[in-house]
Structures are given as C-alpha cells and as structure tokens.
Design a protein around this ligand. Structure first.
Ligand code: UD1
Ligand code: UDP
Length: 350
C-alpha cells in the first residue's frame, strides 16, 4: 500500500506518530506537511522527539483566514496527490489541513481514510465541526475512537467502513508515558508535583471574544493555586490585540508551548487540568487527572459521563468552583486498547 498522510497542526503530529510507525512496518508512506503550524515548538519539536519521519513535502501554507488557508492547501495538496498517485490519503481530526486533504483526494477519486472520524459537538459555529462533517462525508474509511462516534455517524446514515478502533491518542500516551518520566520540565519551572493546575486555551470560541477571555482570566486570578499555562500562539496574539497583560496575574506562570514529553509530564503531575483542547481533555482522562473544560459542550462525552471532566464554559464563578471542587472519576476504559494504530493498518490491509 502507498499511503499519503496529510499533517499540519500540533495534535496531528502526535496522532500520526503511532500510525506512521505501524504503516512503515510493511508499507510506503509519503508525508505532506501543510505548514498550518510552523513555529519550532508547534511543529518540528514533535517530529524530532516522537521520531516521526521528516515530511516528504512541506507546503508552507502558514496562517490566514479559513478560506485563504484551506484554499491554498487544496491547490498544493492536489498537485502532490497527482504526482504521487497513492492508494489512500490519510487525514486526522478536524483542522483545515484535514478538510483540504480530504477534499483534494475525494475529487481525484483517491479513497480518503479519516482517523478520529465521527466526533460531533453539534455546534456548527466551531470551524472544527464543519471540517469534521465535510471530511466524514467524503471519507471511504472512517476510523472512530469511541462507540459514540460510530453512533454519531449512524445518525447521519454513514455506516460503510465505519470502525471503532479506539483512540490513537491513547496509543501515543501509552507509548510515551515512560519516556516522559525523564522530563525535567517541573524542575525547569520550579514546580512541585500536585502543586499547580495546568492550563491550555486556544479555541476560537474563547480566544476570539475579549469578554470571554476577560472572564476566564478573572477566574484564574481567583483560583488559589499556581496555574502553569503553556500558551498557544493564537492566544498570545489575541491577548496582545486585546491589551490584556498576564504579567499582572501573580499566580499565573505563562510559558512557551512545550514538547509532547514535557506536556505529558506537566499533565501527569498537575492537580487539575483546565483546558479547551480536545486532545488535552482526553489525556487528562487517560492519566486520571481531573479536568475542567472551558467550553459549553464537548465531543468527548465519555470523559464527562465518567465524571473525569466538567464543562464550565467561560463563566468566572463556574470555573473557580470547579477548580476548587473535588471530583472523583469512574475512569472507565472507553478509548480502546492502546493498539489503535495497528487495528487501522490491519483493516486497510484487509
Ligand atoms: C488549529 C485548528 C484547531 C486545533 C488547533 C491545534 C483549524 C480551523 N483549527 O487552530 O482545530 O485545535 O490548530 O493547536 O484548523 N500561529 C503561530 N504559529 C504557529 C501556528 C499558529 O503564531 O506555528 C498563530 C497565528 O497567529 C495564527 C493563529 O496562531 O493565525 C491560529 O493558527 P491556526 O492554525 O489558524 O489555528 P489554531 O488556532 O492553531
Ligand atoms: N500539547 C503539547 N504541548 C503544549 C500543549 C499541548 O505537546 O504546549 C499537546 C497535548 O498534549 C495534546 C495536543 O498537543 O497531545 C493537543 O493539541 P491542541 O490542544 O493544540 O489541539 P486540540 O487537541 O484541541 O485540537
């Protein structure tokens, strides 16, 4: 098999690491990096520390409005697919890189393989929801991480080649947790195990609204605990635009985005995790760290149902209350067996 993999954003590099390893045992993989993320600590660091093979194509599309970014990717990905003529085009998750890859391939009649298919927030104002729905609708193989995802697709009459293989992010956590034990990130930032909450925040639905950012930061001020915040470049730029200066918040330790192993270490040693990230909600659950999600809804409903995660939106009081409360999770195993990548490749071989 010749598989052309489209990557572009941080979580996709992490998801691709286990799958790429599995594909290359017996098959050919061509990696295309759209360039959606390009800072060293948003891109290269993951290829280096997770041993992801260097991309064969760097499209260097960079940042821009949705139309500009997705359109430029579409033009360039089409050229690569025509040149490489792969058996499958593989896309991950729900970013603009996902949609561009899926659309380019489908129009050229190359079967699209979607990993992390079937996720829904039922909020079409999220750019990710639009990307997911469209990608799922042009995909030939839909690898779902959970039964809920399979059911979501069934509700949309998508049933052919829909398989629950578990979550490749669980594979990644299982594989890398031991390696993360060598991380020195706590010492580097003067942190103690359970002496802080970890924060990540980058969703457009929060960062694009100054009033929501003010409400969230007000909550952070009121939480009686050090908050360690590896800040996403989108959020940094938005806060600068809004004239919000985090240096005035004494319990906030804002740091640059970290590599995956440092992130796993920060997550494992945190008392709680406050986030609007999809991947970080799941990792909190895998690592059994209570999670406070700064969103109104989540695609990862199992984490909430099993009480490992609470949804608080951007409401100051709710955030503070959740950060200060004790919640005990049932932590049911619902994200597979840690061998999702192998199940995906086996299915494609068949
Ligand atoms: C994208 C995905 C989102 C995913 C997130 C993972 C879409 C629509 N959104 O959001 O689903 O959760 O990636 O992190 O695809 N920037 C830099 N350096 C970089 C990358 C981005 O400075 O290396 C800044 C730029 O100002 C850019 C902004 O971040 O305009 C947003 O980047 P973009 O890739 O458009 O969206 P994300 O918010 O990162
Ligand atoms: N992550 C990381 N360093 C950071 C922040 C996040 O390695 O500074 C990892 C995190 O552990 C998870 C993934 O990036 O595996 C999540 O990506 P992100 O939050 O950017 O996107 P989302 O999952 O919301 O699409």
């Amino acid at each position: 098999m010749k598989i052309l993999t489209i990557l572009g954003a941080r979580p996709q590099f992490i998801k691709a690491a286990p799958v790429s390893r599995e594909i290359r045992k017996q098959h050919t993989e061509v990696i295309v990096h759209t360039g959606q993320h390009y800072d060293q600590n948003m891109s290269d660091i993951f290829f280096e520390e997770l041993n992801i093979p260097k991309p064969d194509y760097l499209l260097a599309v960079g940042s821009g409005s949705h139309g500009l970014q997705t359109g430029n990717m579409l033009i360039k990905i089409e050229e690569v697919i025509q040149k490489e003529n792969p058996d499958y085009v593989l896309v991950y998750g729900d970013t603009n890189s996902t949609l561009a890859g899926a659309l380019a391939a489908a129009k050229l009649h190359i079967p699209v393989v979607h990993i992390e298919a079937g996720l829904r927030s039922f909020n079409k104002k999220m750019p990710e929801e639009v990307n997911r729905i469209l990608t799922d609708n042009v995909s030939e193989f839909l690898f779902c991480p959970t039964d809920t995802a399979v059911q979501n697709l069934k509700n949309e009459n998508i049933t052919k080649n829909v398989i629950n293989v578990g979550d490749v992010m669980y594979d990644a956590v299982m594989y890398n947790t031991k390696l993360a034990k060598d991380s020195k990130v706590l010492e580097k930032h003067g942190l103690e195990s359970k002496g802080y909450h970890l924060v990540t925040l980058h969703r457009a639905e929060n960062t694009d609204f100054p009033e929501k950012m003010n409400s969230i930061i007000e909550a952070f001020k009121q939480i009686d605990k050090t908050l360690v915040w590896p800040i996403h470049p989108r959020t940094k730029h938005k806060l600068e635009d809004y004239g919000i200066n985090l240096k005035n918040v004494p319990n906030l330790k804002v740091i640059e985005p970290v590599g995956y192993l440092d992130m796993l270490s920060l997550e494992s040693e945190a008392e709680k995790i406050l986030t609007d990230s999809g991947g970080v909600q799941k990792e909190a659950y895998f690592l059994k760290i209570p999670c406070v999600t700064l969103r109104e809804e989540t695609e990862w409903v199992e984490t909430v149902a099993n009480k490992g995660n609470v949804l608080v939106g951007s409401d100051t009081e709710k955030i503070v209350a959740a950060a200060n409360s004790e919640f005990v999770s049932d932590y049911d195993k619902v994200f597979g067996d840690g061998n999702s990548a192998a199940h995906i490749v086996e299915y494609l071989e068949k």
